[in-house]
Design a protein around this ligand. Structure first.
Ligand code: MN
Ligand code: MN
Length: 457
């Protein structure tokens, strides 16, 4: 059903399944905030369902289920189909990194009897949204021995939280006269992490006390920050939002909401005709670069391995044919139409919370620059599949022409000659510490992804 209120599809009975799915999503979002945590979660869920590590499998046949992991930060899981893989695969892709603050490599300093940690923001954040709110630290510290220490500080009720302080309005004359973008500077986003220097250590500096605490509690020494990946992000759980609990407020819907629904669509599917895959990538928010971003050769390598294990032979042409014949939903959140900010949208071509899965034929900015412009032949197949399965969907552009724009991973996979279209779930307050989605869109997207892997060929 195109561009209609998807809530109307449900009644008191049928809404239960939708609400249950969203409860599971809320739990996932509360427990998994980083790319590493989501990859680990995905592996655990795959294993529960009998998926095998691709490395442990010698050959593959229809019905087999396998997963591959890249450096703990990407996962691809596959259901092997009955059809020849050279006819292509159906891919659901999403990214699992979200905007945040990363702790610098030499972060710790002391000033005016406070200990602070210096950060560098990751992705497109609005800086003033990150001050004066409880923050947590998630990540890893890798010791010189290779030992990996997993860190989560601030999520357990017994944990302390961290915070970046803000200036009181009484003394804000100069600061508040600045533009919103300048009012908090990137170098000003430093976490206050300690203040107590007891008399018993009267000769010691506060910084030494904090180092002692880090050593005792987490086995981290100052130089270990050099080989660490520590992410500062909003503390706390995702929650149902609205008096009617129709929405979800949480950190990192962009793009964990598409990642979760894509993953679930694969995990909840048993048999497929075309080999189907869910791939979750890192680094989208900083340009999809690096060996864990969508531009990495890793995904091609995995597909090459799948082909060779299915066919007991391999050449490059087989890989190229498979990629060219593949279909992909590059799923990433859309800017939801917000009645408080109508002016930046073009109402006919905006993505509305409550109208289901959103397709962006193209993204890009200023004359569609940098976009993957999906082919109408491909879009027509999707329309048919979704209408046949009674899935609610809509189409949209990212805001008014010339207002701004954005990109996703779609063009990267399209460069492999796959058929790719941007799909996703509308979000309010995108890139803010807490973002908003509609529960009906979460569920319709899940149904849409299932329809895609089942029907598109
Ligand atoms: Mn995104
Ligand atoms: Mn984003």
């Amino acid at each position: 059903m195109y561009s209609k209120n998807a809530w109307k599809k449900y009644d008191k009975e049928s809404i239960k399944e939708l609400m249950k799915f969203n409860d599971e999503y809320i739990e996932f979002l509360s427990e998994n905030k980083t790319e590493r945590e989501i990859t680990a979660f995905s592996v655990k869920e795959c294993k529960k369902l009998g998926y095998k590590d691709l490395n442990d499998v010698k050959s593959l046949k229809a019905g087999d289920k396998v997963y591959a992991v890249n450096r703990g930060k990407n996962i691809a899981c596959f259901i092997i189909g009955s059809e020849d893989i050279l006819n292509g695969i159906n891919v659901l892709g999403a990214h699992i990194d979200s905007p945040r603050l990363d702790i610098k490599q030499n972060p710790l300093y002391e000033d005016s009897e406070f200990a602070l940690l210096d950060t560098h923001y990751y992705g497109g954040i609005i800086k003033y949204q990150w001050v004066a709110r409880p923050l947590a630290i998630h990540g890893v510290v890798v010791k010189k021995t290779g030992e990996v220490i997993n860190i989560v500080i601030g999520e357990d009720d017994k944990d302390p939280v961290l915070c970046i302080t803000d200036l009181l309005p009484h003394l804000g004359k100069d600061k508040l006269a600045k533009t919103a973008n300048e009012t908090i500077e990137g170098e000003g986003l430093d976490l206050t992490i300690g203040h107590m220097n007891l008399n018993q250590y009267k000769d010691s500096k506060l910084k030494d006390e904090i180092l002692k605490l880090l050593k005792d509690k987490y086995n981290i020494e100052e130089d270990d920050f050099v080989s660490a990946e520590l992410e500062v992000l909003p503390q706390g759980k995702a929650r149902s939002m609205g008096l009617d609990s129709s929405m979800v407020l949480g950190y990192g819907h962009d793009d964990k909401v598409c990642a979760y629904t894509s993953l679930r669509a694969i995990l909840d599917t048993d048999k497929v005709t075309r080999t189907s895959c869910c791939i979750l990538v890192d680094k989208e928010e900083v340009g999809s670069i690096g060996n864990t971003g969508a531009q990495s050769k890793w995904f091609e390598n995995v597909i090459a391995e799948i082909i060779s294990k299915m066919k007991n032979e391999y050449n490059d042409l087989m890989l190229r044919k498979t990629l060219s014949n593949s279909y992909m939903l590059s799923s990433d959140v859309s800017a939801g139409y917000d009645p408080l900010y109508k002016g930046v949208f073009e109402a006919k071509n905006a993505s509305y919370l409550g109208k289901g899965l959103t397709f962006n034929k193209y993204t890009g900015a200023r004359g569609k620059s940098g976009c993957n412009d999906a082919n109408p032949e491909f879009i027509a197949k999707i329309r048919k599949a979704l209408d046949d399965d009674n899935v609610y969907y809509q189409t949209a552009e990212l805001g008014r022409v010339d207002q701004g724009g954005g990109g996703t991973i779609a063009y990267i996979l399209a460069n492999l000659n796959m058929n790719v279209i941007d799909a996703g779930i509308p979000v309010l307050s995108m890139h803010a510490p807490f973002e908003v989605v509609s529960k009906v869109d979460v569920y319709e997207a899940y149904l849409g992804y299932i329809s895609f892997i089942k029907n598109i060929k």
